[in-house]
Design a binder for this molecule. Structure first.
Ligand code: FBP
Length: 553
């Protein structure tokens, strides 16, 4: 076996807690179906697009006889999109339920994301493989990918792969887009009378796949705790050295849930919430001014240091920047060939500037050269700007710094501004899952298997009552169509699962709002510490590797 750290070894032995109803004899877990459902909006269109799976009832598990359990089944699992702590435990939950139901049943992993089912890249997951990944972070057991499973040809190929292995059910572990694709695949499989069922699991550290049934997506808990530990450490440093302003960008492609949660956990001087910026129609200049106000107020008290949290998606929520990015996406998609034929980046920059609308060209010209280049350079496979690669933290430092110099010359500011940029994302996405995520994911996987074995398709596995101890969680399944509406995507109306943004009238934002003015000027940092701080001695009381080696151990 590979060389393992004490924590890895200890985590292998962790036994995830299951909701009471999923414990005991698996043949005694019955599936109860509720009332039929409706989508959150656009019911007529969605009923037309999903004639076979629309409106299915919500499913709940309860103690009782389950005649479906015990059948020999073959199930395939896909990890889709960005890594999130707990993915391996979803697979472990499916595996254990499947083997408990019938030891002859087989679990397959489609490797490298949705492309695995399309391209027949498949591996069998044995108990030996499974045991080496229990309670660990990452998606390396089978790998992940961002291929979109959406065309007729991809569906045909997926069906061929499933037929080859005799697969009865597919579990898609993914975010809103992957689960939307899962819903379309479920409908398509049903139309083809394939007998193959499809069930999803809510994954994303971004926390934006949530609604009245999905209380949180998995990975959010661990990622925010990991980031908060790091932010707390930086706050401690800031308050010790008292000489830097730390601008920390936090992952979360679109919604600001991560920033808000980390803000609540660490009480920084500023935490920008993109949804508020959009709601208030704030310009980039106004965002900079809100930072300047806090920097100046603290400087007046002799506090030339601070911590600012910036959500990754901010840039797209600033209306003028959102318009600019939209125009750039359209322009570069339409004129890709000409754009790429331009020899130097300078020529590209000039041409783009000329083609943009007057307002967007003004915004583009006012951006630092480096950011202009990032906007033109980094594009995703669909030709869109890769917002996550734009160094918003550096852009804000530059703009704040420039403005403060001007204020200094006019005698309006008398402090010292020295800033450092950080970006936390990959640091938290593959952390060992917290106990919460380890338990939650295991339960999601277990429930996903129960849904598949009951022949339910087009569902997402869910657990409710998550604020209670795990034993009291309520497992079940929700029809994916129930969470969908129609949205404009690449110029077309598409059925999609509605993304949850931060609600400005929700309790988390309201709590933050009531405290932020105090946190801004009075240093009120909170240090959550390491999520694995407490635990068995062989994990927590170990010296460093260096020390151990120096002492000949
Ligand atoms: P998902 O939506 O697929 O869960 O991914 C989340 C995320 O971690 C975002 O926070 C981030 O913007 C993005 O993935 C980064 O993508 P990549 O892994 O391709 O760099």
């Amino acid at each position: 076996m590979a060389d393992l750290s004490p924590l890895q070894k200890a985590r292998y032995n962790y036994e995830p807690k299951l909701p009471e109803v999923l414990t005991g004899d698996i043949a005694e877990i019955a599936v109860a179906l509720g009332e039929t459902t409706e989508s959150v909006a656009d019911q007529h269109q969605l009923r037309g697009l999903f004639p076979l799976t629309y409106g299915a009832p919500v499913a709940r598990f309860a103690k009782g006889k389950n005649p479906e359990v015990g059948k020999e089944l073959r199930v395939g699992v896909i990890l889709s999109g960005g890594q999130a702590p707990g993915g391996h435990n979803v697979i472990a939950g499916i595996f254990d339920a499947l083997k408990k139901s019938n030891p002859k049943s087989v679990l397959y992993g489609f490797k490298g994301g949705p492309s695995g089912i399309i391209d027949d890249d498949v591996m069998e997951l044995t108990s030996e493989i499974m045991d080496a990944y229990r309670n660990t972070g990452g998606f390396d057991i089978i790998g992940s990918g961002r291929t979109k499973l959406e065309t007729e040809e991809q569906f045909e190929k997926s069906l061929a792969t499933c037929r080859k292995y005799g697969i009865d059910g597919v579990v898609v572990i993914g975010g809103d887009d992957s689960n939307t694709n899962g819903a379309v695949l479920a409908e398509w499989f049903k139309k083809k009378k394939s007998g193959i069922t499809v069930v999803g699991c809510p994954k994303t550290i971004d926390g934006d796949l949530k609604n009245e049934h999905i209380e949180t997506s998995f990975g959010f808990d661990t990622a925010t705790k990991t980031f908060s530990e790091l932010i707390g450490n930086i706050e401690k440093d800031a308050n010790s050295a008292k000489k830097y302003w730390h601008f920390i960008k936090l992952m979360g492609r679109s919604a600001s849930h991560i920033a808000l949660e980390c803000g609540l956990q660490t009480q920084p001087n500023i935490c920008i919430i993109s949804e508020e910026v959009k709601e208030k129609n704030m310009s980039l200049d106004q965002v900079v001014d809100t930072i300047i106000d806090v920097v100046a107020a603290r400087a007046a008290r002799g506090l030339d240091f601070g911590v600012i949290l910036i959500p990754e998606g901010l840039i797209e929520f600033i209306p003028e920047m959102g318009n600019l990015i939209g125009e750039l996406n359209n322009l570069l998609a339409k004129e890709a060939e000409y754009f790429n034929s331009l020899k130097s980046m300078e020529d590209q920059r000039e041409w783009v500037n000329h083609e943009l609308s007057r307002d967007s060209s003004y915004v583009f010209s006012s951006l630092p050269r480096g950011i202009q280049m990032q906007l033109l350079d980094d594009r995703d496979p669909h030709g869109n700007v890769q917002v996550s690669r734009i160094e918003t933290e550096k852009l804000l430092i530059e703009l704040v710094s420039e403005k403060l110099s001007g204020m200094k010359q006019k005698g309006e500011y008398n402090g010292k501004f020295s800033a450092l940029a950080h970006f936390f994302g990959y640091e938290g996405r593959c952390a060992f899952p917290s106990n919460f995520d380890a338990d939650y994911c295991y339960g999601l996987g277990f429930s996903a298997f129960m849904l598949l074995s009951a022949g339910l398709t087009g569902y997402i596995s869910n657990l409710a009552n998550l604020h209670k101890p795990a034993a009291e969680w309520v497992p079940g399944g929700v029809p994916l169509t129930m969470m969908m509406n129609m949205e404009q995507r690449h110029g077309e109306q598409k059925p999609v699962i509605r993304k949850a943004l931060v609600e400005l009238d929700g309790a988390p934002f309201k709590t933050f709002e009531s405290k932020r003015n105090d946190w801004a000027v009075n240093t009120s940092y909170k240090f959550p510490g390491a999520i694995q701080y407490y635990g068995p001695s062989e994990v927590c009381d170990q010296p460093t590797e260096t020390l151990k080696l120096e002492k000949g151990q």
